[in-house]
Design a protein around this ligand. Structure first.
Ligand code: ATP
Ligand code: MG
Length: 560
């Protein structure tokens, strides 16, 4: 494939439509229902819709599908706008609502009635379900199906005028009750609901159904390519029927692609809302959530999310994508730009018995091993240090190259030390290590013959800054929690580990909120909500390596 070949089948269709002159300009839309926060699956849809238009000099609408009054919330509207903007996309003037078109939608409904293609049905919801038939059995015509155009028009206008109670009547398209496609068995177009709408107030006692509203809104906005997920494939014949019969000004083409499903998480809004409502997470923006707000608060850069969905690709095949792939995009986005710092998450005291009591040396530390332009900083070094508990092992195997009794290790940017003594309290708990340093081995000094295999990080006990560090892990402990009967049973109880960490002093200054790499530990950044001067709170964005890789691979193979 050449560099200029479209990278997926939708981009191919669009390129062909531009080349053939079918369209001079590409117009797309992203149509969320404001009944929850956007998640990683939506990122795919956003990047696709805004992406294909931007790449071809076209336009994209952000259209709120607000046909379900009562379920929608201004909090969600604001969050969706924030999230799309944060992802790097701009709808310009093209922010719309399905409710902006209520008058035109109603006019289209009257037109269908006048053409004898829609009727007012007075069966109950229960009866309508019974008459619909099943996948293997044809439906039956409603006894109201043959009402005259005049009667239908009269009833529809009285529905519109608010004369009937909820559920008393429904407007249905008159298509084919025997169609093998259930969506064509006289689908409902309008239902009566005496509910206040957040935009239109009390103006409407009837509201359009999703398929009807969505199709015609696409046409009113002259959308050229209406891109949606595969579950709408069976709705496409209805989409096209409505375009044929309701005579809208344009004819969009619906194209379906597969949903993006991420392993170890759920993306159903219902389940995400349950996690929030049941306080299993701290909110829609909990950094463990697969919501854009959660991933952003966790510290994932927008560029990483865009890169991830690009790699996942737009296809027709259902896919469950490994979390490791998303995390790799995050590591790549952070690797070059994040300054390195030292932090100890689970501290163990280490005393250098031969280091002068009151001496403090400022060690020069590179901010990035691969980029000298990022400069250096000074890190205070003294007699009492803190190292990671994991970096010491008493009965260490031969291949353990960190610190062990009698063993040597280099302290990053400082000296080679040797562990002389392990101090325990009465209960046998490890209290401190007593070590000695070799003054001839300071980093940057001419290489001595002394070589050690391991280098560990540290902070100076007296200079270190306290911080709460939040270590996040998968929210679920199975690859496909959607398949679990009850998702509560597959929650990962270890998805959040909060530790009292000690940081090098440079991390005590609240400057710009940028991701940093804690050497050897991962990428971290100050939590945008809870971090404060003097009370630092850091989130772990991602570890340096994928500790789940092996487990995940096996699990994914099992899922198939
Ligand atoms: P629900 O139907 O549970 O309310 P939804 O995820 O379908 O939620 P919408 O607000 O209707 O939410 O979605 C807006 C757009 O995002 C739709 O075009 C939908 O097809 C697309 N979308 C939703 N989930 C995914 C996903 N996992 N992968 C790709 N696109 C998605
Ligand atoms: Mg939906």
């Amino acid at each position: 494939m050449s560099d200029t070949a479209p990278r997926d089948f939708i981009r191919q269709i669009i390129a062909d439509d531009l080349a053939s002159g079918k369209h001079a300009e590409i117009v797309t839309r992203f149509p969320p229902e404001p009944n929850g926060y956007l998640h990683i699956g939506h990122v795919m849809s956003i990047c696709l819709n805004f992406g294909v238009a931007a790449e071809t000099g076209g336009r994209t609408y952000l259209r709120f599908d607000d046909t379900n009054p009562g379920k929608e919330d201004e909090e969600f509207v604001r969050a969706i706008e924030d999230d799309v903007r944060w992802l790097g996309y701009d709808w310009g003037e093209r922010l719309t609502h399905a409710s902006d078109y209520f008058d035109r939608l109603y006019a289209a409904a009257e037109l269908l009635v006048e053409k004898g293609l829609a009727y007012v049905d007075s069966l109950s919801a229960e009866e309508i379900r019974e008459y619909r038939g099943t996948l293997t059995e044809a439906g039956k015509d409603s006894p109201y199906r043959d009402r005259s155009v005049e009667e239908n028009l009269d009833l529809l206008r009285r529905m519109r005028a608010g004369e009937f109670a909820d559920g008393e009547h429904v407007l249905r398209a008159k298509i084919d009750m025997a169609s093998p496609n259930i969506n064509l068995r006289d689908p409902a177009l309008y239902r009566i609901r005496h509910v206040r709408h957040q935009h239109t107030g009390e103006a409407w006692p009837i509201y359009p159904m999703y398929d009807f509203a969505h199709t015609l809104c696409d046409a009113f906005e002259a959308i050229t390519h209406s891109l949606c997920t595969l579950e709408f494939e069976d709705h496409r014949p209805l989409y096209n029927w409505l375009l044929d019969q309701a005579e809208p000004p344009a004819r969009p083409r619906q194209i379906e692609f597969s949903r993006l499903n991420l392993a170890y998480t759920v993306t159903s809004k219902r389940k995400l809302a349950a996690l929030v409502d049941e306080k299993i997470v701290s909110g829609w923006d909990d950094p463990r959530m697969p919501t854009i707000a959660g991933l952003r608060r966790r510290g994932y850069p927008a560029a990483a999310l865009r890169d991830f969905v690009k790699r996942a690709g737009v296809t027709k095949k259902d896919k469950l994508i490994e979390m490791g792939m998303l995390e790799n995009s995050v590591r790549e986005a952070l690797g070059d730009s994040s300054p390195r710092r030292m932090a100890v998450l689970k501290p163990l005291k280490l005393v250098l018995t031969n280091y002068p009591e009151d001496q403090v040396e400022l060690m020069e530390a590179k901010n990035h091993p691969g980029n000298d332009e990022m400069g250096t900083r000074e890190v205070p070094f003294s007699r009492e240090l803190l190292i990671e508990q994991d970096d010491f092992m008493e009965d260490a195997p031969r291949k353990f190259f960190r610190l062990k009794p009698g063993g040597e290790v280099r302290l990053r940017f400082a000296y080679i030390i040797r562990c002389d003594e392990v101090v325990r309290d009465d209960e046998g708990n490890l209290v401190e290590l007593r070590c000695s340093y070799d003054p001839a081995t300071k980093s940057g000094m001419p290489e001595s013959d002394r070589k050690v295999k391991g280098t560990i990080h540290w902070v100076s006990a007296a200079h270190a800054v306290d911080a709460e560090v939040r270590l996040y892990d998968r929210l679920f402990n199975v690859a496909n929690p959607n398949a679990a009967e009850d998702f509560h049973s597959v929650l990962n109880p270890g998805s959040l580990d909060v530790v009292d960490a000690r940081l090098e002093p440079a991390l005590g200054e609240t400057g710009d909120r940028v991701p940093v790499q804690f050497e050897r530990l991962g990428y971290f950044w100050p939590d945008p909500v809870d971090d404060a001067p003097g009370a630092r709170v850091f989130n772990r964005i991602v570890t340096l390596r994928d500790s789940w890789a092996k487990i995940e691979k096996q699990a994914m193979q099992a899922v198939g």
